[in-house]
Design a protein around this ligand. Structure first.
Ligand code: IMP
Length: 185
């Protein structure tokens, strides 16, 4: 069985990936090495810095993932600042910023970077369009899940189980592209 390292401290992300890669003959191993999330203009830039940092001390093929919520009425905020914003103002802060806004559209973006020791990283991108709720709903998931409803649904991500969320989610779509690539390897 092939194995791949997923460098992340986020249990929610790890279980999503494990669930999906179950079908391939690939074992996913979580490594919580930690790496600096340098602020960049795009998720690819942030992930690219992370890869270079990890590669200096980790000599196996690995993946990392970076994601963000881009709210249209806030000109794409929190975007690449999603992590910091979540740990400071959180879901409640985003709802407050949107209090008087009619436009509730937003997009979750995810980028996976796949890295091998002697090659440049490859990026796999996924998006999920949706709307921001007016109240937090649901107990599952993580991060901004309680305030995000994907297009065509009535439930928030936090009201879905992992498998259900994966069928819609930005990370699920990016992961499908990564899986297609891994299948061919
Ligand atoms: P990260 O830097 O990729 O870990 O993600 C940035 C921030 O976006 C994190 O603080 C998460 O809370 C949030 N985030 C990333 N992916 C998701 C998701 O699938 N659902 C909800 N929030 C997410």
């Amino acid at each position: 069985m092939k194995s791949i390292y997923f460098i992340t401290g986020n249990k929610g992300k790890f279980s999503e990936v494990k669930e999906k890669l179950k079908r391939l003959d690939v074992a996913v191993i979580q490594e919580n090495l930690g790496y600096p999330e340098v602020q960049g203009d795009s998720l690819e830039e942030v992930a690219g810095y992370g890869v270079e940092h990890i590669k200096k001390r980790f000599l196996h093929p690995f993946i990392i993932e970076d994601a963000g919520l881009f709210v249209d009425a806030l000109d794409g905020f929190p975007g690449v600042y999603s992590k910091y914003v979540f740990f400071t103002i959180g879901c409640k802060g985003i709802l407050k910023l949107l209090e008087d806004k009619k436009r509730r559209t937003a997009v979750f973006r995810s980028v996976y970077a796949y890295s091998e020791p002697n090659n440049k990283p490859l990026f796999f991108i996924g998006e999920c369009q949706g709307i921001i709720t007016t109240k937090e709903r649901g107990e599952g998931g993580f991060g901004y899940d309680p305030i995000f409803i994907p297009d065509g649904e009535t439930k928030t991500f936090a009201e879905m189980n992992t498998e259900e969320k994966n069928t819609f989610s930005h990370r699920g779509k990016a992961l499908d592209k990564l899986i297609d690539f891994l299948k061919e390897k």
